[in-house]
Every structure is written in C-alpha cells, then in structure tokens.
Design a binder for this molecule. Structure first.
Ligand code: GLY
Ligand code: MN
Ligand code: MN
Length: 536
C-alpha cells in the first residue's frame, strides 16, 4: 500500500509538473533544423564552436538573472550557463567507428547545487528533451580528443572577456581556457584585425589604394590596431607594388592559425534575419502582450502616477501573460525625460500634464517585442503636443509603407526622415531640412527577434523579416526654438512583419492615433479600484 501511495504521489508530481509549466517553447526539431542549416553554410572541413553566455555578477553573492546567448539558444534550446556546442561541417568518426556531426557539453547534474539554484537538464535531459545524440558533462570538455588543428577553419565568436573563474571546475572560464589552449589562440588575437587582414587579402591590386585610404579611418578608431606594423605599412605605402608585397605577408599571417570569427557571424545574421512560423508564434505573442500593457496603462494613466508605477503596470501585464522578462530595460520618460533615448531611471514621481514616452517590450520564451507609445498623462494632447505627434505619426506611416520585400534596409528611415524634416521646417522649429537630425537623432528601424536589436544582413528586405519602424522627435528644454516646444518628446514604434503581400503591423492593437489614444484613455481601468494603504 505504502508503495502504491508513493508511486501515485510521484506520478502526480510528474504529471502536475508537466501541466503547471509552459509547454509552448520552440521544439527540439526547430533547434536541430537550425543546426543543420548552419552546417550547410559552413565552409568545408570546419568546426563551429559556440559557448553559452557568461553568468554576470550583480553584487557580492548575487548574480544577474541568467540570460542565454541568443545564438546559443537558437541552436540548442538550452537555457543554462557553462555549456559548449560543436557543429562539424562533415561527419566525424569516434574511436568506436560511430559517426557524428555535432555535440554539446552541459552543466553536470548536482543535487546540492540544484537545491539552491534550480534544476539542471544534465546530459540525459539534453538528450531526451533537446534531442542531442552526443552530450557530455562540461568537465569532459578539457579531455576531449578533437583534433582542432586538423580543421581548415574553426568558426567561433571572439570572447568578450566578461566571464569569471568560479570554484566550479567546469565553468565557462575553464572551458574557454581549455579551448584557447587546444586551438593555440594567440594572446593578441583580434577579430577586427582578422576582418581587416581578410579584406586586404581579397583586395585586387587596382583597388588597393582605395581600400588603404578607407582603412586609415578604421585604424584611428581601434586602439589595439594603431601600432600594427603590417597595417600601417599597407596604409602608408606609396605605391601598389609595396602594398602587394605587404598583402603577401598579411596572407601568410592569416595562415598561421585556422581561427575565424567572421564566418559564423555572417551565418547567424543570415539565418536569424527571417523568422520561421514557429518563431512567429512566440514573437507575435510577445508583441500582443506588450500591446495589452500599453492599453492597460492608457486606461490607468493619470497625472499623479510616477514613472516607476507606470513601468510596473506594463511589467505586471507581461507577467500575467507568462512573459518571463523584459527584452530590454523599460523606458518610461515623462516630458523632458523622454528626450533621453534610452532613459531607464524612470524615477520622476509625478508625470503631471506632460507627454509620457513608454518604450517597452515583453520577452516571451526568448522573443522580445519593442513597442513605443507616447501619451498625454492627463488624457488630452495639447495643441503643440498634437502637432509634433502628428508629424511623427505621418513619418511612421510612410516608414511602414516603405517596408516591402526588396527595398533597401534604409528605405523606412529615408521615408520617415523626410517627413520629420519637412514637418519641423513647417513648424519653424528648424530652418533647413539638414538640421532635422538635432531633433531626430536615431535610426528608424532595426530587426526584432531573440534580441531587441536582432541579427540580420542589412541587405534588401526579405519576406518573413520583422523590423521596427520608430521615428521620433525630441525637443529638450533649452533647445534653439520657441519655448512652447520644449520638453516635448514623441516616439511611436511598431513591429512590422515584411511579407510578399506588403507590411503587416503586428502591434496595431495598441492605439496609435491621437484620437484613438484619447478615446482609450477615457475608459475605466481595473486599477482605478486598486488602492494600496499609504505608508507615511
Ligand atoms: N527599445 C530600444 C529601441 O527602440 O531600439
Ligand atoms: Mn526599437
Ligand atoms: Mn523601443
């Protein structure tokens, strides 16, 4: 009887567990297919080595909430630190004659560590849940017998040096040290240098003078390259023959090791630029959740609210729908604060009668939205606020319309900038269109996906790409224009899916015209009745 009760209890625990946690993640097949696509794009006889994100310390014994490296997540579905993924361009054979083309090293199961910091998938978990056939504990990475020197190319992302050595003998630090040792990683390795050397190697002699001139500017920006003898020689060479001679030396230098940190970057940019159906389900959900956040805040907003409280309402909605994080720190700027493009202090205690610029995005199972609405805290746009808002709105409409398959990546920006510039001239805020950048100092679009500023090629638009279109006008106090415009900051940002049939606004659910915003702000909010005790 005791046994039956125990089995029943365990079953309940298992079933209960399965029912009580989300199940709508990307599937193991999705990640496996992505790895297969990487493999197809890899050069012959190469291996790609990708590391999980570092754990970053917040203070003392508290770390920041762990966030996986988006490329690593995209290719594995693994959400824990201290892991390495290897993908081989061709099948390899182990000592038993079995063939394989990928493997992963992950955190070892550890009941004591798991009691404090949460469950680990472990080797068995990544096999059964993530579909890896070959998986090992991280501690085995240093003793692997992969002959890295036998590959023509080792593809990897260069390191950011933000990983710490901990008492764990198989942490990211130890795995990276072991990798560097195995691949003879040069102490002065520089990804930028490799990129420039590669460019010089592929430059024809007749173009070398032009390239040398362009490189001069590059060098002034990168301290570590300033004293590079070969680069300086190439740039300062007075004739093509000398440049050709140095090019030969640079080619030899490149052959000294098989490390390559450019190719994997290009592969991931290409793959992540367009989204699959499975990804779109999650991305759309993140966007819709963020729109509901904007709607609920429009209903709840009043001049006595603080920026922090407004942020809290958005983020509560995210959690209510099961979004784990925000895709980036929430931006809630009342009045002049909205002029700081990435304002995250959010500490103004009363937003008053100002416009409130709210740029927030829920992150749902890795995918992040990025939606901005700017609304009058008192529910009604003033004449000046509306004039500025309507220019931004018109600019955004033009930007969205320009987001079509085949158009250059800059098309929405160009369309929106022209309208902003002309609008500012018409209002007398600037005299010539060339001055517009003073009040619209940022780009109009970026890719959106696992990263808020997602990866892509920046080539002509392809179908199934999601971008933002986000023009803005920011007129800080003290600007060189009539005082009546001071402190007005407007950004409108929507998430646009580019399709063969034209752009689709995925965030259209959140009111965007001044009329629709004012109408939404008149509606009652459930928070009107949510009154907390005073603590003074
Ligand atoms: N939220 C950051 C951006 O709009 O790019
Ligand atoms: Mn954005
Ligand atoms: Mn944004």
């Amino acid at each position: 009887m005791k046994h039956i009760v125990l089995v029943f209890f365990m079953l309940n625990l298992l079933i209960g567990h399965a029912q009580d946690t989300p199940t709508d993640f990307l599937t193991a097949d999705f990640h496996k297919e992505r790895r297969a696509l990487v493999r197809k794009m890899m050069p012959a006889n190469s291996v790609a080595v990708l590391f999980a994100n570092a754990v970053r310390n917040r203070a003392n014994d508290v770390d920041y909430i762990y966030h996986q490296d988006p490329d690593f997540y995209y290719l594995t579905g693994y959400n824990e630190p201290n892991a390495v993924l290897l993908i081989f361009s061709e099948n390899q054979k182990n000592t038993d004659g079995e063939s394989y083309n990928e493997m992963i090293y992950v955190q070892e199961r550890d009941p004591a560590a798991e009691q404090w910091n949460g469950k680990r998938l472990g080797v068995e978990g990544v096999k059964s849940k993530l579909g890896f056939e070959l998986a090992y504990n991280g501690s085995e990475f240093s003793s692997n017998s992969i002959a890295f020197e036998s590959f023509d190319k080792i593809l990897f992302f260069d390191f950011k040096n933000d990983y710490r050595d901990t008492s764990d003998k198989a942490d990211l630090y130890d795995m990276i040290m072991s990798f560097k040792d195995k691949v003879n990683y040069p102490v002065d390795y520089s990804a930028t240098k490799q990129q420039i050397y590669t460019m010089i190697k592929s430059t024809e002699i007749e173009n070398s003078a032009n390239v040398a001139q362009r490189l001069g500017r590059y060098l002034t920006r990168d301290e570590s390259l300033k004293n590079d003898e070969l680069l300086n020689g190439y740039i300062n060479a007075t004739d093509d023959n000398l440049r050709n001679e140095i090019k030969g030396k640079i080619s030899l230098e490149l052959e000294k090791n098989n490390l390559n940190s450019a190719i994997i970057s290009e592969i991931m940019n290409t793959l992540r630029e367009t989204k699959t159906k499975e990804e779109m389900v999650l991305l759309k959900k993140a966007i819709e959740i963020s729109c509901v956040g904007q709607i609920e805040v429009m209903k709840a907003m009043h001049p006595n609210m603080s920026e922090t409280e407004i942020q809290g309402v958005h983020e509560y909605v995210y959690k209510k729908y099961g979004a784990e994080y925000e895709g980036y720190p929430s931006i809630v700027g009342g009045g002049n604060n909205g002029c700081i493009l990435h304002y995250i202090e959010n500490n103004k205690t009363k937003v008053g009668d100002d416009l409130v610029l709210m740029d927030l995005g829920a992150e749902y199972h890795g995918y992040t939205a990025d939606v901005t609405r700017t609304i009058p805290a008192n529910g009604k746009f003033s004449a000046e606020q509306k004039q500025i808002y309507d220019i931004v709105y018109k600019a955004q409409e033009a930007g969205i319309k320009a987001s079509v398959v085949g158009a250059p990546f800059q098309a929405p920006g160009q369309a929106a900038s022209e309208i902003v510039a002309q609008g500012l001239v018409d209002l007398g805020i600037i005299k010539t269109v060339e001055e517009a950048r003073t009040y619209f100092p940022h780009g109009t679009s970026h890719y959106l996906g696992l990263d808020v500023h997602d990866k892509g090629t920046y080539g002509p638009f392809k179908a199934n790409t999601v971008i933002t279109v986000e023009p803005g006008i920011y007129i800080p106090e003290g600007s060189d224009c009539d005082k009546k415009w001071w402190g007005i900051a407007v950004r409108i940002e929507d998430d646009i899916l580019i399709t063969e049939n034209g752009p689709i606004n995925l965030s259209e659910m959140a009111p965007r015209t001044t009329e629709a915003i004012e109408a939404m702000m008149k509606k009652a909010s459930p928070l009107d009745k949510f009154v907390l005790p005073s603590l003074d």
